[in-house]
Structure formats: C-alpha cells, structure tokens
Design a protein around this ligand. Structure first.
Ligand SMILES: Nc1ncnc2c1ncn2[C@@H]1O[C@H](COP(=O)(O)OP(=O)(O)OP(=O)(O)O)[C@@H](O)[C@H]1O
Ligand SMILES: [Mg+2]
Length: 310
C-alpha cells in the first residue's frame, strides 16, 4: 500500500508548489493511474514515492514504512521504476539491464539467468534473440518492453511507471497494455501508472487520479470518473464521448440475453466490450447482434437497449 498525506513539493524555496497538499491512498495490489495535463505534477508525485525527489512537506508511507526514514537506495531496490522515455542503460546489454537490481540484491548468476529468460517471455520477447543486444539495437516498442521487464526483475511489491507505453504506436500499445494487464493478474502489485492517455488509464487503472496544478481533482474508479465527473475541468478532460468510453468497461457477457437472435444478425463475441459492440451495431445498422463464443457458436443476443442500460 502507498499512502501520501498532505504532500507538497516546491522546487525552489517559497516558489510555486508543483505538487500541492496532495493526499492519495493506493491500496495493496491495485493500480492507480495518474493523469492530467503536462506540467500538472504527475512525475513529481511519482518520484517522491521512491525518493528520487524529497517532498517539501507531508508524509509518504510505502508498505508501512515512512520513506524518509528508509535508506533511499535500499528503498528503490524494492520499488520497480519505469521512467518516462524508458531510460535503459545504453552501455549495457539487455541481459545486464534486466539483471541490474537482482545483481545489487546479490542473486546468484543462475537465478538471474532464469529470471531474465522468464521476464522476456512475460513481455513477449525472444530471449535468444534479445539478451546480447544493446538498447540501441532494439525498436522503441521493444525497448519499452525491456523497461517493463527490468522494473519487474526483482519482483518488487511496488511498481512506479511513468508513461511506460508512451513511445509506442496505438495498435502495439493496446496489445502491450493487454499483456501488462495479464501480467498484473498473475503477479499482484501495487502500481502507480502515469499516463497522458485516458483510454490507457481506463484500461489499466483500478482507480484514476485526475490532477490539475499539483492537486488531485478527482480520485475514483474509471466508471465513476466517466459517469460522474467531479467538476467542469474533469468533464472537459474526459471528453464529450465519456459515455462511449465508459462502455469499454463492460463486456457483452454482462448484459446479453439468451434469446435466439434473428438469422441475419451480425455477430459479436461474448468477451468483446460494449464500446466495440456498439460500433458493430452502428456498422451493421441494426439494433441487435448475435452473441457467439470463441468457437463461433451462437449463445444469445445483445440488444441496443441492453447496452444503453449499463
Ligand atoms: N527539477 C525541477 N526544478 C524546477 N521545477 C521543476 C523541476 N521538475 C519539474 N518542475 C516543474 O514542476 C511542475 C510539474 O512537473 P512534472 O514533471 O511533475 O509534470 P508532469 O505532470 O509529469 O508533466 P508531463 O506530462 O509533461 O510529463 C512543472 O511546472 C515543472 O516545470
Ligand atoms: Mg511527467
């Protein structure tokens, strides 16, 4: 669990607060997405959690310990960190990059080697191909995966990720986000994820903290943020299509019925989200879709009214 209590950061004495009396609780094993306009204080907030920056005022507690009372170097060994712009060590191979923290923790060579292979597999890269290369020999998307693998290397209970998928094209980004979500289902972590991308915040965050001028203006579930924006700023930030974005939080399974659809109905899989299902309805110019399972057999129908009822 991460707790921030009345935390303020001024980079210059008496200057403006970059983070302003901010309080935030990230419960154990959950992901909080920090989102807001450029310069609102997201990176500053994150870097105070692993003490790359010291707060001017306030208290930060990570897993029961006040971070100002712990040796910052030791603290960071137990907090995975993906920095904005990846930040791999350029003079080290991929293997050495991933092994950096385990090595500091004194792991044996054999343990490090098997963990490295396991992690590359986890982020969908081939160890034989990757391990001896240097960061400059990888694509941007591959580098970002290595950044995520390195942060996970020592299996830290806490992960801080600053725009980890920022440099990746939208299609690959969605795939990486899905992979990351699956990783988190397998290995539960307490995560703070900074992003500019509301869809990413919705997809990965159990909660979303929307920041403005160093303050949190709303801290809520994605559903609550999208259905009940706290003020005009949040409403504007989440956009006029918030009701459609919200549909992506629900799947066809949640609202389908078991009636037989009309023969000629367009098909949607039961695991699809309702935003995609609505798009299919619009494309098919129909107010009902046939729901099929992954094998293609019909399981029921999805009506427009059912979508609108969520
Ligand atoms: N080292 C520093 N010295 C002085 N001011 C700083 C320093 N680092 C950041 N700031 C200021 O603090 C404010 C918050 O910066 P921060 O990097 O936390 O923003 P951010 O929300 O992460 O922005 P972005 O989305 O662009 O990454 C900004 O006004 C920035 O100019
Ligand atoms: Mg930033």
């Amino acid at each position: 669990m991460i707790t921030m209590e009345h935390v303020t950061k001024r980079y210059t004495e008496g200057g403006a607060a970059s983070v302003d009396d901010l309080s935030l609780v990230v419960p154990e094993g959950t992901t909080t997405a920090l989102i807001g306009p450029s310069g609102c204080g997201k990176t500053t907030t994150m870097r105070m959690i692993n003490r790359l920056i010291d707060p001017t005022e306030g208290k930060i507690i990570v897993n029961g310990e006040d971070v100002t009372r712990v040796d910052p170097v030791k603290l960071r060994r137990h907090i995975g960190y993906v920095i904005q712009q990846v930040g791999l060590f350029p003079h080290m191979t991929i293997a050495q990059n991933i092994a950096a923290v385990p090595k500091l923790l004194g792991w044996t060579e054999a343990k490090i080697r098997s963990r490295t292979a396991e992690l590359l597999d986890l982020v969908g890269l081939d160890p034989d191909e990757m391990l001896r290369r240097y960061p400059r020999q990888l694509s941007g998307g591959q580098r970002q995966r290595i950044g995520v693998a390195r942060a996970l290397a020592a299996d830290p209970p806490v992960l801080l990720m600053d725009e980890p998928f920022g440099a990746i094209d939208p299609i690959a980004r969605t795939r990486l986000q899905d992979e990351f979500r699956q990783i988190l289902q397998r290995v539960r972590k307490t995560v703070v994820l900074v992003t500019h991308d509301l869809d990413e915040a919705i997809r990965l965050g159990d909660r979303i903290a929307i920041m403005k001028n160093g303050k949190i203006v709303q801290y809520d579930t994605p559903d609550a943020v999208l259905s009940n924006p706290a003020d005009a700023f949040v409403e504007n930030f989440v956009g006029i299509d918030r009701a459609i974005k919200r549909l992506s939080l629900f799947t066809v399974k949640d609202v389908m019925d078991s009636l037989a659809p009309r023969e000629d109905s367009a098909k949607v899989t039961s695991g699809s989200n309702l935003r995609d299902a609505l798009a299919l309805m619009v494309a098919a110019n129909s107010d009902v879709l046939a729901v099929v399972d992954d094998g293609g057999s019909v399981k029921g129908q999805l009506t427009r009214d059912a979508i609108f009822s969520v």
